[in-house]
Design a protein around this ligand. Structure first.
Ligand code: ADP
Ligand code: MG
Length: 684
């Protein structure tokens, strides 16, 4: 950026601003109305106001703290400006007789009204009226003043008028509209957002719902999608080892299963097999609701790799899930003569070395683990398939590192990514535009839909009784603690208190506790005990959300359900109903329910279908609501919000395809404008 010194540039970099484009996309956090000069006599304590007057008295006082006091009067009244930090130039600017304009919050001080550290500037004879635009307040960082930032942005905006920031979407947007109105051009949108007119609906701008905000969000989403599409195109130029279909082995595998595959599982597997037989790498997302049976499909893919003499790495986000996968893969594959190894968490050095050796020499055809699998020390002989469970927990970079482990002969492994987070189609086509997608859209037969009920806190005693009855019948239950705040410390102490309460209320039940601040080993011990049926009730924070499979658990109680998002509640509910027994989910809430919370609980009572829940989740999310960002996938978005802007996604898909087809030269610069670390990302 021209005209910006190295110090300022460094601070701007902290805000991730490196180019003029970045700067213009640094949108205000809020706006201040400085369009009218207020008579000092009319000021009220607490308001923020622009005033103008002449300095009558200016002195440095040494009471409690050294401070500069300047008394400014405008004929209607007077106000004291108070500074604790000031230098000579501030003193001079506020010397007696100077005319100044300042903006700040009005407070009541020892000598009447005052402003502490107001923004101020000298007023000259030919000074203009105050601006007729709202003043932007930017997110800033230490040492970078609002005024500096405003100044730099204003300069960039002025340059916009002659230099122009290329509007790559203009051709595509000419024939489209937003809610019936034409889309604003890029420059118009940026000018409006940084410098809105006095009568602009600031709320609308800040919530991202103004057409000008949406124009920027649209562009960002298009750029992000193009970047993913390009990554996919790059993948297609890579080579992978083709893995032919081992029909006999697969038949033996299926014959040994205690169940038949569902039609959806078989169909998803067919898509996977077709990919694996090609000499370009598979990049497939396997979506399926909680309990739909993704693991067995993944295991069959591992059979395909093993039959070709190749290795498969299976990665899970937690040790517990890794152990669970290891148990399943071991149970299914070892009888077929496929050796399965585990690299999970802390192992004795000897055991670990032995495992590393069988992985390195290729004896272990399948290796199940957590992040440990990325480590430098893990060498594969012939890695041809990588399976990642619950992908949203794995970073792009981690996947890339694992992928590199397969490139012994320039060939990269096939990748299968599993997720239980149901993603509506347009969202998947945007957030996962680099992946092909298979969906397991049905549950295994015999599962009874989880019955969901909502109950106010006042009925807690009934719920405790219900738990007692389930435990007495030999079933197990979860009780998920109130979500207090984003603090594991507070949440864990609430969990401990709840544990004590329930242990006392249920003297005949074995009650366990698991929360985020426990050591991994301790968590696993508790979880294992619960899986083994040695505990009847498990009191937990939301750490049990992902993937745990305990088919004997039939009751899930969730406290403060009114404060949780739909997707999260659905995931929690998915911990029960995993066996043939009828299961119940009790959503405890604190009255009174907000309208939105009531609708959310209603959705869960009405449906068990994760895709319906996800769709409703999108519809019900109010602007500004933060309910977790599980669905945002791999995108790092600055301005757009996949949930808030989900209605734009169909256009995002169309426009990005149109650009690829007819405006190919715009694609690169558009990606560069919006996508951080694009260079590295392209390698994934
Ligand atoms: P998820 O898709 O949530 O990862 P899992 O793979 O853990 O689900 O499967 C859930 C349970 O269903 C497991 O106990 C699994 O063995 C079982 N299962 C998987 N497929 C079938 C099927 N076709 N019929 C019956 N049970 C199945
Ligand atoms: Mg799973």
């Amino acid at each position: 950026m021209t005209g910006v010194g190295p110090k300022v540039a460094e601070r701007l970099a902290k805000l991730d601003v490196r180019t003029v484009g970045d700067l213009l996309c640094l949108l205000p956090q809020r706006y201040e109305d400085r369009t009218a000069i207020k008579p000092i006599g009319s000021l009220a304590v607490g308001e923020k106001a622009l005033v103008e007057g002449v300095v009558e008295i200016s002195e440095v006082a040494y009471r409690r703290r050294r401070s500069l006091l300047a008394r400014v009067a405008d004929g209607t009244g007077a106000i004291t400006l108070r500074f604790f930090y000031f230098n000579r130039s501030v003193e001079q600017a506020l010397a007696r007789g100077r005319r100044v304009r300042c903006y700040g919050e009005v407070r009541s001080g020892p000598a009447g009204l005052e402003m502490v550290h107001p923004e101020h500037r000298a007023v000259t004879a030919d000074d203009s009226e105050p601006s007729d635009r709202l003043t932007p307040v930017y997110p800033t960082t230490e040492g970078l003043y609002q005024q500096t930032l405003r100044h730099i942005v204003a300069r960039a905006l002025a340059a916009l008028e002659h230099e122009k920031l290329e509007d790559y979407l203009a051709p595509a947007l000419a024939s489209r509209s937003l809610a019936g109105a034409p889309w604003p051009p890029l420059a118009t949108a940026l000018l409006y957002l940084h410098s809105p007119p006095r009568d602009a609906a600031a709320e609308l701008l800040l919530s991202g719902r103004h057409p000008c905000s949406r124009r920027i969000a649209l562009e960002e989403l298009v750029a992000q999608r193009l970047s993913l599409r390009r990554a996919a195109a790059l993948t297609r130029t890579e080579r992978a080892r083709p893995l032919p279909v081992p029909s006999e082995r697969l038949a033996a595998f299926r014959a040994a299963l205690p169940f038949e595959l569902t039609r959806a599982q078989a169909a998803a597997f067919d898509e996977i097999v077709a990919d694996l037989s090609k000499d370009t790498p598979m990049n497939r997302l396997l979506q399926g609701d909680v309990g739909s049976g993704k693991t067995v499909v993944a295991a069959m893919a591992a059979v395909v790799a093993a039959a070709a003499g190749c290795q498969t790495a299976v990665m899970a986000p937690t040790e517990l899930l890794a152990e669970q996968h290891f148990a399943s893969f071991d149970r299914w594959l070892t009888p077929l003569g496929v050796e399965v190894a585990a690299l999970i968490g802390a192992q004795p050095a000897r055991a670990r070395a032995a495992t590393l050796a069988v992985v390195a020499d290729g004896r272990a055809a399948v290796v199940v683990g957590t992040h440990a699998l990325f480590q430098e020390t893990v060498e594969f002989r012939q890695l041809a398939l990588v399976i990642v469970d619950e992908q949203h927990r794995f970073g792009v970079e981690q996947r890339r590192r694992l992928k590199q482990k397969g490139t012994d002969d320039e060939r990269v492994p096939h990748q299968l990514i599993m997720t239980a987070t149901p993603i509506p189609r347009t969202l998947a086509m945007t957030a996962y535009a680099d992946l092909d997608c298979s969906v397991i859209g049905e549950l295994p037969p015999g599962r009874q839909p989880v019955q969901t009920v909502a109950k106010p806190q006042e009925r807690r005693a009934d719920v405790v009784e219900r738990v007692a009855a389930q435990c007495a019948a030999g079933h197990q239950a979860y009780w998920v603690c109130p979500l207090i705040e984003e603090s594991e410390l507070v949440d864990s102490s609430a969990a401990s208190a709840l544990h004590a309460e329930l242990a006392e209320a249920l003297p005949n039940a074995r009650v366990g506790l698991i929360h985020g601040r426990m050591k991994t080993g301790d968590k696993d011990t508790v979880m294992r005990a619960f899986k083994a049926g040695e505990l009847d009730l498990l009191v937990a924070t939301t750490v049990i959300e992902v993937g745990v499979d305990v088919p004997n658990a039939t009751l899930m109680v969730v406290e403060n359900a009114e404060r949780m998002g739909l997707a999260q509640l659905h995931q929690l509910r998915g911990r029960v109903g995993r066996g043939p027994k009828a299961s119940t989910c009790v959503l405890l809430y604190r009255a009174p329910l907000s309208d939105l919370a009531r609708q959310r609980l209603g959705v869960l009572r009405e449906t068990n279908d994760g895709f319906v829940v996800a769709q409703k989740d999108l519809e019900l999310r109010g602007p500004g609501e933060v309910l977790g960002t599980r669905q945002t996938g791999v995108m790092q978005l600055r301005i757009a919000d996949l949930l808030r802007d989900s209605d734009l996604l169909p256009q995002v898909i169309e426009i990005s395809e149109q650009l690829l087809a007819t405006e190919a030269k715009s694609v690169d610069p558009l990606i560069r404008r919006w996508v951080r670390g694009e260079a590295e990302y392209a390698k994934v």
